[in-house]
Design a protein around this ligand. Structure first.
Ligand code: ADP
Ligand code: ZN
Length: 673
């Protein structure tokens, strides 16, 4: 009798268990560890991944089902990638099946979606591909010295992490390119991670100039079929440079020698739902597993990364000045409290004048506001009632483009209300300032403005982002107004003025990282000005002008900011001086959520006794209801990740015995941001 083969399969379900299936003999030839398979599961059919095969009959298991089909792509994970996904699963306490699913483009596992017009599948537009091999500029001294260190690490091999701390415009990208060249020359490949898809256009072009057809991108704006193609081409070695966002950290490059994480401090590297990994940290781990070089770059490194430099774990490369002796932009802070408040204007006198002058000189302006829509809340003037989302504990935002009220958390939308649901009044105040209101104001104030607005709403359509970018670069537009999409990475030499409409949205967040975020945001945004021959200027409007992180950002002095912030963290016991795990319970019945949160909290506190781990909470989430679910959370804080994890596992085991109702959802966030 021929031996039966069994496969252990990880399924993308929120459970840590794997499942055993038998392998029909016809599949034996093309089923491998790492293969994607289709299996029956509780009346459904699911896509999973083979994590182990064996011909031993698993004892005590009855009713083993058969695998339905096997993907023809073979193993989607080599041993190293598999190890990496296992580490992610283990460290972030996420089911392996979910990690594996996050690591491959959907279409490799799923059946191809039908109805996609193949002609839509675009090659890079000609203006991206057109440029030929550029002559390389001469490196500055700090660039050259930094590159030498990196090159010798690439030559000798072995795991090494560099932090390139370079002010905006100091030529970090140029170092990346030369390091990638070195990796490719020795027969290897390189992975470049970017915090945001919107940046890939510009970086892609710079890399194409140097590496032509060997460059491929991987991000969510691509069609499934394109993503799949690039992914497979990376695997065969046809593409040797992959540029991508978060999930590209799992790209299956052949002979990977170098990983670059640009703007390593960005929170977008952290995945919002399970598996809640931080791609920067996974990148470092991947480099460690492979024994290769990793470059982290930033003008405003995260405190965690900089602390690793101070501890001697990472090697620091500093680029303290802009190239070609360009000076950093000067930053002016406008106190909106006194004279400006009475006027109730969006643009202070200074901001208005500066914009007018820049436009008159035929230069370009970037304006930043971190809020979508027209006004963040709508209030009835009869009774004071604020229109809220029916599913979330947040006010609805008015969008003038579509005359709708929208929830930015769950996507709920409705036509604007004519009468207050509370008092039937019909006069509303459209309160606060968001990007569409600024847009209207610009149209009123600056008659020679040619405005490009860049936010989620104007870039939803495929290609829209590229078109806005192109129009601004070609100077068809002279003002780029945008949300955080416009703060990072952009390199437009004709931009001489950057205006921050309000620095305060960031500062008001209830988070121990809010001053770090403010410093980063303002420094980044200031970095968009004066990148060409003409000097740049930045105007920042705020109601909180004395805030230390604002003052440090004005001076663009990272060292000063770091010293002040790190001592505060130390005093308060926050990362990098501690580790955190956040646990959230959510459900539709508030009492149940509260009751079980308290139960879990008590169990954790009991277990924590004498271990040095603190259990903070349970307490309601700042947005206490989201998508109809009430949310409570508990934060674990302690000196080591292992301790926190062990404690959490014990605590969970304890209450699991008391049967958790399936209507409750438990989420675990390791290293929350
Ligand atoms: P960063 O990423 O540090 O903000 P970039 O790498 O984008 O800076 O460099 C800013 C600009 O300076 C780019 O236009 C780049 O081509 C140019 N540049 C980089 N290195 C040099 C150099 N050594 N000499 C002249 N120009 C340079
Ligand atoms: Zn909502």
């Amino acid at each position: 009798m021929p031996e039966t083969l069994f496969a252990e399969v990880a399924l993308p379900l929120p459970i840590s268990q794997t499942f055993i299936y038998s392998v029909p003999s016809s599949f034996k030839e093309n089923l491998f560890v790492g293969s994607s398979v289709r299996v029956p599961f509780g009346g459904r059919k699911l896509e999973g991944y083979v994590v182990r095969t064996s011909s031993d009959y698993p004892e005590g298991l009855k009713g083993i089902k058969e695998i339905i089909s096997v993907s023809p792509q073979g193993s989607l994970f080599d041993a190293q990638l598999f190890k990496l996904t296992k580490w992610v699963s283990d460290y972030y306490m996420a089911p392996l099946g979910e990690v594996l699913r996050a690591a491959v483009p959907g279409s490799l596992a799923r059946k191809e979606r039908k109805g996609i017009d193949a002609s839509l599948s675009e090659a890079p537009p000609s203006w991206i591909a057109a440029a030929g091999q550029k002559e390389r500029m001469e490196l500055t001294k700090p660039q050259r010295e930094g590159l030498e260190l990196i090159e010798s690490s690439l030559e000798s091999g072995g795991f090494k992490v560099f932090l390139i701390h370079g002010v905006t415009g100091s030529g970090k990208t140029e170092i990346y390119i030369r390091a990638v060249r070195k990796a490719l020359d020795s027969g290897g490949s390189a992975l470049i991670l970017l915090p945001e898809v919107s940046l890939s256009t510009q970086i892609e072009r710079v890399f194409r100039d140097s590496f032509g057809d060997e460059v491929g991108v991987l991000h969510s704006y691509l069609l499934d079929s394109e993503r799949k193609k690039n992914w497979l081409d990376a695997r065969t070695g046809k593409l040797r440079v992959i540029i991508g966002a978060r999930s590209a950290v799992f790209a299956p490059l052949k002979d990977l020698k170098l990983i670059v994480v640009d703007e390593e401090h960005e929170t977008t590297y952290k995945q919002g739902d399970s598996p809640r990994y931080n791609a920067r940290d996974v990148a470092v781990m991947r480099a460690k597993l492979l024994g290769i070089t990793c470059l982290l770059g930033s003008a405003t490194p995260s405190l965690e990364t900089y602390a690793n430099v101070k501890k001697g774990k990472y090697t620091l490369i500093e680029l303290p000045e802009r190239v070609e002796s360009r000076s950093l932009a000067s930053v002016e802070i406008v106190d909106m409290r006194e004279k400006e408040r009475k006027k109730q204007k969006i643009f202070s006198e200074l901001m208005e004048t500066e914009v007018k002058e820049a436009l008159a000189r035929d230069e370009q302006v970037i304006l930043f506001i971190n809020r979508r829509g027209f006004s963040p809340f709508v209030q009835c003037l009869g009774c004071g009632f604020v229109v809220e989302c029916p599913h979330c504990d947040v006010p609805l935002t008015y969008h003038i483009d579509s005359l709708t009220l929208q929830c930015h958390y769950c996507g709920y939308r409705m036509k604007i209300v004519e009468n207050c649901s509370n008092c039937k009044g019909s006069i509303f105040r459209y309160g606060g300032v968001a990007i569409q209101k600024v847009e209207k104001e610009i149209e009123k104030l600056f008659e020679n403005a040619r405005l490009a607005r860049m936010d989620l709403d104007t870039t939803r359509k495929r290609g829209a982002h590229r078109e806005l970018f192109r129009a601004f670069e070609a100077r068809e537009k002279n003002i780029l107004l945008g949300t955080q999409m416009v703060t990072k990475g952009f390199d437009f030499p004709e931009v001489t003025l950057v205006g921050v409409i309000s620095a305060d949205t960031q500062l008001n967040l209830p988070d121990f990282r809010s001053s770090e975020r403010t410093f980063q945001l303002l420094t980044q945004v200031a970095g968009r000005a004066g990148r060409g021959d003409k000097p740049g200027k930045v105007v920042v409007q705020t109601y909180l002008p004395e805030t230390p992180s604002l003052v440090a950002a004005q001076k663009q002095d990272y060292a000063e900011f770091f010293e002040a912030e790190i001592s505060e963290r130390k005093e308060l016991g926050y990362p990098p001086f501690s580790k955190l795990i956040e646990v959230e319970l959510s459900g539709k019945k508030e009492e149940l959520v509260v009751e079980r949160s308290k139960m879990l909290g008590a169990a954790l506190k009991e277990e924590a006794h004498g271990t040095g781990v603190e259990v903070l909470g349970p307490a309601p989430h700042p947005i206490s209801r989201l998508k109809g679910r009430f949310r409570w959370r508990i934060t674990l804080r302690g000196s080591s990740h292992e301790k926190l994890k062990a404690l959490l596992q014990k605590g969970l085991a304890k209450i699991e015995k008391k049967k958790f109702p399936s209507s409750l959802r438990l989420t675990i966030d390791v290293d929350p941001l």
